[in-house]
Write a protein that binds this ligand. Structure first.
Ligand SMILES: O=C(O)CCC(=O)C(=O)O
Ligand SMILES: [Fe+2]
Length: 349
């Protein structure tokens, strides 16, 4: 296991990504370099001028609020445990990465939409297929429009990372065409009695990177000195953090930084898009990024199998399906939370 860690940063950089969508080649290169620096040194940054309209974001917030305001019984009509491709409503307590500490949150999970006759769906590839949509006026349209916008920002960032790493065009973009990239609508309720419940425990994200739009403060990240650093709320930015897959591809040059959500003093929603690699992508340190004499620090990983294995091990309904023999862990699956910087910091978190 590598010893790669971020620096002892004390704040999170902000990067204007407008040049990624423009034609000024020099400005684009400078932006890519800023992205690369932030990914190496901090693993977390804000992106501003990302181009997703306020109206689009507001529609996402409004629809999400309408969903979570429904009585639990109605929300359970869309229970994720009824789906065969991991879509739908996640009640509080369903997800337990660390069974000793329950997260105080509920969520609604959707992902890249594929038609029923798509070869991956027909082949029964885990997590592929159609979304589950609640019966709320305009919900599917508004939420999926945000999905498409934030997915496009993810593709632009991936292009910036390629450039920052000096990779040939499409080396990484060619691996993110129809990925199982989940968008989660998360609701952290304010409960004055839940004194000890954390928002979400310390972890790294499994994918290439995450694009997060929160609605309130609460996010904290761990720096290389093992200190928790606050990520102040900004309404004009997406918070981006590097995940396990980019850490592996770059042999640890980019850092999947450990993060958590502290106990919330106000009601909070957040919207992470987990920008994953395609299901069948093999994620391994890229030979062209290894310097003379440098050896790979990571075993290759099948992107989809890794995600699926981690998901099976954290959702109660999937743990039950596994115990009942209805599903199997993919070959070579790792234990939950055994990869990346968080595994190295576990004792401190
Ligand atoms: O809600 C947040 O701010 C972060 C959520 C998060 O880290 C996650 O779901 O992986
Ligand atoms: Fe996360």
């Amino acid at each position: 296991m590598t010893t790669r860690q971020p620096t002892a940063f004390e704040s999170i950089p902000a990067i204007d990504i407008a040049p990624l969508f423009g034609s000024d080649v020099q400005a684009q290169q400078a932006t890519a370099e800023a992205l690369g620096r932030a990914a190496r040194e901090v693993g977390f940054f804000y992106v501003i001028n990302h181009g997703i309209s306020e109206a689009r974001q507001q529609a996402l917030f409004d629809q999400t609020k309408r969903l979570f305001e429904l009585p639990l019984q109605r929300k359970m009509d869309y229970y994720i445990g009824k789906s065969d491709n991991h879509r739908g409503y996640v009640p509080a307590g369903e997800e337990a990465p660390d069974p000793s500490k329950a997260d105080a949150k509920e969520a609604f999970d959707l992902s890249f939409e594929l038609p029923d006759d798509h070869p991956e769906v027909r082949a029964g590839t885990p997590m592929m297929g159609a979304n589950v949509w609640p019966d709320i006026d305009g919900f599917a349209d508004d939420v999926y429009a945000y999905y498409q916008d934030v997915f496009a920002v993810g593709r632009a960032l991936m292009g910036g990372f390629e450039q920052a790493l000096g990779l040939e065009a499409n080396t990484l973009l060619g691996e993110v065409t129809e990925p199982p990239s989940q968008l989660r609508l998360i609701h952290y309720p304010y409960d004055p009695n839940a004194q000890d419940a954390q928002g979400i425990g310390a972890h790294t994200d499994y994918e290439c990177f995450t694009l997060l739009r929160p609605t309130a403060p609460g996010l904290e990240v761990m720096n290389g000195a093992g200190e928790w650093v606050d990520v102040p709320y900004r309404d004009d930015a997406l918070v981006v953090n590097i995940g396990d897959m980019l850490e592996i591809w770059t042999n640890g040059a980019f850092v999947a930084t450990s993060h958590r959500v502290r106990k919330v003093k106000e009601e909070r929603y957040s919207f992470p898009l987990f920008f994953a690699a395609d299901y069948h992508s093999q994620v391994a340190p890229l030979p062209q990024l290894l310097k003379d004499g440098e050896t790979p620090n990571y075993e290759p990983l099948s992107a989809g199998d890794h995600l699926w294995a981690q998901t099976i091990q954290t959702f109660n309904y999937l743990k039950k399906r596994l115990a009942d023999g209805e599903i199997e862990l993919p070959d070579g699956a790792r234990g939950a939370g055994t990869l990346g910087q968080h595994a190295r910091h576990k004792d401190e978190a």
